[in-house]
Ligand binder design. Sequence first.
Ligand SMILES: C[S@@+](CC[C@H](N)C(=O)[O-])C[C@H]1O[C@@H](n2cnc3c(N)ncnc32)[C@H](O)[C@@H]1O
Length: 413
Amino acid sequence: ETTSYLSAEVAILKDQCWHDQTPFDVYLQCWHNGTFEPVYMIKDERSLKRSCYIRSLESQFHPWSYKPICTETIEVLGDKLCVYTNKSFAFGRGISLFTTPKVAEEFVRLPASQNFTVLTDNSINEYSSRWYTSSLPGRGIGMLAKDRLQHGDRITAYTPVLLAYLEQELPTMEREKYLRVAVNQLPIWTREEFLQLATVYGDERIRVQDIIKANTFELYVGDQNHLAVFPETSRFNHACAPNAQYYLDSELLTHFVHATRPIASDEEIIIAYTSPLSPTSERQKHLSEAFHFTCTCPRCAHSTSSDAVLAQIHSMQSTLNDWSPTSTASPELAETILALYRKEGLEGFLDIPYGFAALTYNAVGDMWNATKYAQLAVEAIFMKDGSWTQNMGIWREMLENPRKHWSWRRRAE
Ligand SMILES: C[S@@+](CC[C@H](N)C(=O)[O-])C[C@H]1O[C@@H](n2cnc3c(N)ncnc32)[C@H](O)[C@@H]1O
């Protein structure tokens, strides 16, 4: 009895249909050859020429599309975990959570949940036309640049389709049962994208956890760490000298990726799965344990020289950190470190040497260069940590008034 047929304006967002009617589950159906067909995805304009109707069915579990399914109370967490799905989330992209009722409530209060236009206003979940995917020898599917990209260009910005509370309390098969419900309840297009993602073990019995293992990023929701899967973003492969950098925005619930140096047309766009500032053996250990592959990037292939450069960088940074009267820190040393980062292909991590350079120039009373590098540090931090990070404050403080900063002329004598 709750079903009603409405004629409605239908817009195309990328290649999905959506209708701005968040309190409802919305299904688009089209009259075609004498029958109603559900339409999950509009591949071309022609399908729109059919007469379309929105069938709306109010969910009694609003804002969730289905009744939440919960575990018993888990002693260590002091709460239960439940599967929550909102199929209308982000104009029909959908999202499933496996989390506590408290986190689910906080999720509902997030700007991204309250008003989906905050996502469209920031071009989130929109195809940027800057990338395509292709199979690459020895590394599965990868992401490539459609045209030449510049430093700072935004490549992707997507919301997760699955968020799973990070816990180690449930037995594996029990967890899988709930996660399968979470994935099955997603809109069909989203579910299919999720199920096509790479796995680590290829173990069908734990397929969803296998996909999560190969493709997860960690995202805080309601002050709790969650494993988050973003299907489009999952196609970025790893390298230790990445040409792109990502950050996660907990307010917008979005994973952003930007180019950190010019990327040629058809060049692979790569991010780092592990800190490129760690020695090769540590990086390889993490990649092998977490993702089951051995990195063959140029820095790993020439590990002796690349580790020597890292050791040099760390030692020089210690010198810049030395504020004693005998310190040999100098702006020249700060510039040398910057050059080494660039030589190693670490442009996505320049916030650190830019910061050192800002402090070092300020310490000799060179306000112009101090301001220049503090500004560059702010831009680099934005691409690495987003605008909410506290690190930004340090450099904003210097930018406001370098002369009042604690480092002003500390090494001027
Ligand atoms: C998040 S997925 C990346 C996309 C994946 N290649 C695909 O086909 O969907 C992570 C998996 O990609 C593969 N991968 C990523 N970077 C790699 C690299 N540098 N060399 C070899 N395999 C890599 C590994 O199998 C890893 O577990």
